[in-house]
Design a protein around this ligand. Sequence first.
Ligand SMILES: [Zn+2]
Length: 612
Amino acid sequence: MTYDILHSKEKNCRTLNVFRILSIPVLTVIVFLIAFITAIIGADGYESTIVFIIFIGTIVIIVSYAIINSIYKRKKRKLYDAIEQSILQAAGVSEWQFLTDCDYTIRLNSRQAVDHYDDLKFFKEDETRLSDAISLMKLKQEYKKSFQKFLKNNEYTTLKTYPLFVNKIENNLLNTDCYYVFAIYISPSGRSQNSAKLSITKKRLREFEEDKSLLMSKGEYNKYIKAQESEKLSKKQQDYYGRVNDVIDLANENKDSLVNKSDADELDKLVSLLFDRTVNSIKKIKTCDSEEWEIIEKYISDIDERVRKITDKNTRILEYYASDEFAKIKLTCDTLMNTQREFNEYIDEKVKSISELFGTNVIRNETTNEDEFNYIHTYKKSITPFTAEVSSTVFASAENNPLDYVVKHFYPNKGRYPEQIRKLQLLVEELETLKEAKTIIENYKKDIQQYLSDVPSFIMENDEDGFYARLGFATINENTLTVEYKFAYTSNSGRAQRYFTVPMTEETIISLIEMLESKLTMSAFTKEQRSLMTSKLRLQIKERDNYTCKHCGNSIHKEPNLLLEIDHIIPVSKGGCTREDNLQTLCWKCNRNKSNKLQQNEILSGIDDKDD
Ligand SMILES: [Zn+2]
């Protein structure tokens, strides 16, 4: 109800009060006046009429007053309630009830218990009482502040009844400084009684809150302190695990969109370092104020920064590829590349088939950083292909005899040797072809340099291969040309990780082929024996054929960037040998056509065989 309505209601009420107070004398005067007039007129028997008038008049006066009084009282009560509600609302206080002088009543078992009762006993009996008392105290303080603010400035001051409410508020505020406990004893018969009132001050409550030892025995207190410390420590650990997880999440989010494989490797390395150096340490730290926290903190920040550097760089590169600038360059190069597209696609296919020619590839797409407590998020780590995880003893031996161990770990099945030897022989040939193709592609790249002057150096420094691949060039980098077998050893603690690689150069592949052949039985060995097409032999054949395709007559004299390949006239699969008289020079197009035809024939003859 608004103040204005209250004000006018109060006015009405006061008018009613005046009416009520005046009702008895006014009515009495009227009755006597009527009686007096009756006496003056002096009609017959007026005495009895006067008695009658006074009798009736008195009844009317009493009844009228009773009615007016009850209306007044009801109105006053209603008004009072309305004002109180309005004041509470204006002061922002929902109820009075928290401001009483008895907040808790407790019944005790004896008269003496009441005499010896104190706040310490009260709170010790039930540990929830302290927190209840503290929250009630907070509420009391809030109400106190609200009322004080209200009393300082409000629009109710002009109400006649305002002082009544001020009085009530001030009385209630007296109860806000303490928490009151009533301890009472009533004997079963009800005859003997005793009571005590505990006034527990704000200050006293704070003492209990801050010094837990007050309410505990020494043993309890020590246990409490320990629990507090371990909770604090566990919270700190969780915080740090959280920070590690943030870095892992960031790495996971960006991993799949990285344009650069080396960045993915770097990310793996960083996360693995992060895991090794932090997770175990966090687990082991025994106190919250250990100096190790700072070291770990620094370590996490450092790794975080390095991960961000990679992801930021990646974002920048991707932004460039999405730009109009790059679209323009791509459009220009598309026209220029038209004649080279087929060649690049042919080489890309070759690159893809290369890794399939190697031995057992232990690649797993992803693995996790196992964490027995499951605090740490899973990281999508990629494992390098052709990696053998070995023990420290094996690692040491493998370092001394790398090829023996390559055979042991990556060529475990003797039955597959003949097939694998054939693949490795093919590999020697293909690697050589790819080396030549690489030179040709580099020449093609030179042809378009004049259109690339606007490409930011940032892109060329960080994603040269990716840039050219997007323009349609086949990518032949060192990773493709030299596949590596890798031996890795990780110590039990996960801290030390050592590895070495065995790069598969032409020389090593030939040694590997010889080693596999030497392990085959004599008969199998002769079957598989086949002289190798070394780079020396290839060069010899090309020179013999004058660098000219035996099929179409195209040559590097006519087309300097022509890729020439050495072809088995009778294919190896049909018993053809690697001998000069079975070898010829073919340009890549003719070689491609021939192998496509061979494949078709094989499929057709396969169908014929079935028909037979
Ligand atoms: Zn040709």
